[in-house]
Design a protein around this ligand. Structure first.
Ligand code: ADP
Ligand code: MG
Length: 246
């Protein structure tokens, strides 16, 4: 692990909303190709942490460095940073009046990173990859929740990110659709994508995560392999949380 390249370096990150201190002091290094699963009770700051990683939220204090570049620095072009960091949310946020393929083509074309022809070709490749090439011309309303989330993942991948952030991507899905979304994520992980995943899917965490990070109350309480954190947690707050979700 130690000789691997540090992809994301977070140092003494703090985030307040007014008087509310949400992230109190977080430091972590995430390695290239690493899959980190973030666990923790509701309100512990998991979403805020992910949103700081792609600067949807500005840090109150501390720094975040991605590929050696300090993204919390005022002079950093945050749009360039975001192009490289895909994010998938619990709710898919697809554009309802655009087809599946148009949803996927939109960002690279708008940002002039690809021609329409290139974006279409890339879009079809991605649809194939998430097993939905037959749905290219469908509208989001014609898809199941699991299909919508696979499209949302494909849409993020259209920007060729090298980091993917997932914020409870399966929490809004009917149980029978969770597996198909996790399968796409698992494949991405196997291909070497650097991923930070907030999920309550403990099975996925055990199988796919290189590291589990347990957060509570704005701090990292405990981290390690699944064997360590899930099978043999040391901290009372971790044990208490696992007792509730397992
Ligand atoms: P988690 O994802 O672990 O459930 P969040 O990061 O969403 O936790 O939220 C942590 C705390 O920050 C909660 O108390 C939440 O109400 C608060 N919070 C999150 N976003 C905002 C915001 N934009 N404004 C004010 N408070 C917020
Ligand atoms: Mg959250």
């Amino acid at each position: 692990m130690e000789d691997r390249k540090i992809k994301i370096h977070v140092e003494n990150l703090k985030k307040n909303f007014g008087a509310l201190e949400v992230l109190k002091d977080m430091s972590i290094d995430i390695f290239e190709g690493e899959v980190v699963v973030l666990l923790g009770p509701s309100g512990s700051g998991k979403s805020t942490f992910l949103r700081c990683l792609n600067q949807l939220e500005a840090a109150t204090a501390g720094s975040i460095t991605v590929d050696g570049k300090n993204i919390t620095d005022k002079h950093t072009d945050i749009n360039k940073v975001r192009e490289n960091i895909g994010m998938v949310f619990q709710h898919f946020n697809l554009f309802p009046h655009k087809t599946v393929l148009e949803n996927i083509m939109l960002a690279p074309v708008e940002l002039k990173l690809m021609t329409k022809t290139e974006a279409k070709e890339k879009g079809m490749q991605l649809l194939n990859r998430v097993g939905l090439d037959a749905k290219a011309d469908a509208y989001p309303s014609q898809l199941s929740g699991g299909q919508k989330q696979r499209i949302a993942i494909a849409r993020s991948l259209a920007m060729n990110p090298d980091i993917m952030l997932f914020d409870e991507p399966t929490s809004a899905l009917d149980p029978e659709m969770v597996g198909e979304v996790l399968a796409v994520m698992k494949e991405l992980a196997a291909e070497g994508m650097t991923m930070v995943v907030v999920t309550h899917e403990i099975g996925f965490a055990k199988e796919v995560a290189d590291r589990i990070v347990f957060m509570d109350d704005g701090y990292i309480v405990e981290q390690g392999t699944a064997q360590e954190v899930i099978m043999n947690p040391q901290e009372p707050r971790t044990i208490d949380f696992l007792n509730k979700v397992l």
